[in-house]
Design a protein around this ligand. Structure first.
Ligand SMILES: Nc1nc2c(ncn2[C@@H]2O[C@H](COP(=O)(O)OP(=O)(O)OP(=O)(O)O)[C@@H](O)[C@H]2O)c(=O)[nH]1
Ligand SMILES: [Mg+2]
Length: 450
């Protein structure tokens, strides 16, 4: 029995596909089956090694979300050599353990994994944010960039003509907004709100198709068919359309967004994940959206001292993590860090009272650097864009050719200017051996020492 318990609730946040579930799955494997030489931690004692012992997985009473079934999850993706599915609903994982080098303190950690798409609705987190405020912000963001402004033109024209008609047709406005969101998704935008459009409550995503009407088909903009909304200009606030959309917005926020953010509020530490190769492979619009979402997370976190019901009362520290560092050229790791620093700096400097640290990592290192310094792995896509099935162990690895990272974020770039390989995961066949990684130990130190 120890005198103290280091108890932390860690929220893993970031836009869809940033690597949250993979990071959490790998991290739990390392805690569960700690090999001090595979995950080297700061030692708290000169005599004892920093080793995790007496690990126990536990259910947490009172949690309303499912527990991440780590064993089942990890085994299935180890056996099938495939990455985990998209996260459809928030999951938690709770564990307790001791460290051989800590005589006085044991550890209890709770992790929360969020579906990335819900962060697109982060604007709704502010309890002062009503339908009118959300609409203004969404329309302002669309206006702020020439590309999104051009994509939004049809929608704005539809809204204008419907509002000037005696009896506006809600479905015409909703349909036009669905088409706009479909076009934004096709254009790599990460700012798709309401987020149920991008990921519905059953975890289904829109069809990936060049025709926006096909992408938009069957997608909802609210809790259900009867309760949908789209942003409207603030002038003449009291049309029947404004009233109907306001009600649908309030219901959506209450039923879908609030429970996610109630979970976020419990967190003492946040790991904010950013897929920098993914931003470069996308376009500058995806970068802008990500930067904005980081700003929204920090703004929400910065309200921790307010009386807002959404405030983060416990938040101590934030870690910004650049993920998938195994998919870049091996000599570019300093550049990866510099890009993360530059991305975060603009937003973090407005929150000097919220300490943060920067990390780069590959939670499941799935590439090798050969004797000639060339990156190798099993690519998921052929150069012609065909899906290559997961490899069998006897197959030789392919040479990979990621783009060089820029030294700093370019002023402009578009899809196709940079390319980074998507690879199949490399996981040890040995049952209790955690995956190879890059930099995961520093993140565990952050969690255990913050
Ligand atoms: N090479 C490599 N790829 C990774 C790594 N982590 C994640 N990926 C890739 O990124 C994809 C998304 O990872 P997830 O962990 O599922 O992303 P997420 O943030 O949980 O996404 P949502 O559940 O959609 O919010 C995976 O399917 C992999 O292709 C990593 O450490 N190395
Ligand atoms: Mg996930």
């Amino acid at each position: 029995m120890h005198l103290f318990t280091h108890k932390r609730t860690v929220g893993v946040v970031g836009i869809g596909n940033s690597g949250k579930t993979v990071l959490l799955t790998s991290l739990i494997s390392h805690l569960k089956n700690h090999h001090p030489e595979l995950l080297r931690l700061h030692s708290g004692s000169k005599k004892q090694p920093a080793e995790i012992i007496c690990f126990k997985e536990r259910a947490l009473p009172g949690m309303k979300i499912p527990m991440l079934p780590h064993e089942k999850y990890y085994n299935s993706f180890r056996h099938e050599m495939r990455w985990p599915d998209k996260t459809a609903d928030a999951l938690y994982y709770h564990c307790a353990f001791q460290r051989r080098d800590w005589s006085w303190t044991d550890v209890e950690l709770t992790f929360i994994d969020f579906p990335g798409e819900r962060f697109n609705d982060l604007l709704m987190l502010d309890d002062k944010m009503d339908f009118a405020g959300w609409s203004t912000q969404v329309l302002d963001r669309l206006e702020s960039h020439p590309e999104s402004r051009a994509l939004a033109a049809d929608y704005l024209a539809t809204v204008k003509s419907q509002l000037s008609a005696g009896l506006p047709d809600a479905e015409a406005v909703l349909h036009a907004y669905r088409l706009l969101l479909a076009r934004l998704m096709q254009n790599y935008s990460a700012f798709i709100t309401p987020s149920v459009f991008a990921l519905d409550t059953q975890g289904r995503m829109p069809e990936n198709h060049p025709d926006p009407a096909r992408v938009a088909k069957g997608r909802l903009l609210g809790l259900n068919e009867e309760s949908q909304f789209a942003p409207l200009p603030a002038e003449d606030k009291n049309t029947p359309l404004h009233q109907a959309f306001r009600k649908a917005f309030d219901d959506y926020r209450k039923a879908l967004i609030r429970p996610h953010f109630d979970l976020l509020r419990r967190c003492d530490l946040l790991l904010v994940l950013v897929d920098i190769p993914g931003l470069l492979a996308g376009n500058v619009g995806r970068f802008n959206d990500t930067e904005q979402i980081i700003g929204d997370v920090l703004a929400a976190a910065g309200r921790k001292r307010g009386f807002s019901i959404f405030s983060f009362r416990n938040l101590k520290k934030v870690a910004f993590v650049a993920t998938k560092s195994d998919t870049i050229q091996p000599q570019d790791s300093d550049r990866l860090r510099a890009l993360l620093k530059e991305l975060v700096w603009h937003k973090a400097r407005n929150h000097p009272d919220l300490p943060h640290e920067l990390f780069t990592c590959a939670a499941i290192r799935s590439t090798h650097v050969n004797a000639k310094g060339v990156l190798e792995g099993y690519p998921v896509w052929s150069p012609e864009g065909r899906l290559i099935p997961p490899p069998t162990p006897d197959q030789p690895m392919h040479r990979l050719h990621p783009s060089r990272l820029p030294e700093c974020w370019p002023e402009h770039w578009q899809a196709g200017d940079y390319a980074f390989p998507e690879v199949w995961p490399l996981l040890p066949a040995r049952r209790n051996l955690p995956p190879r990684h890059l930099g995961l130990n520093a993140i565990v130190d952050f969690i255990l020492e913050s």
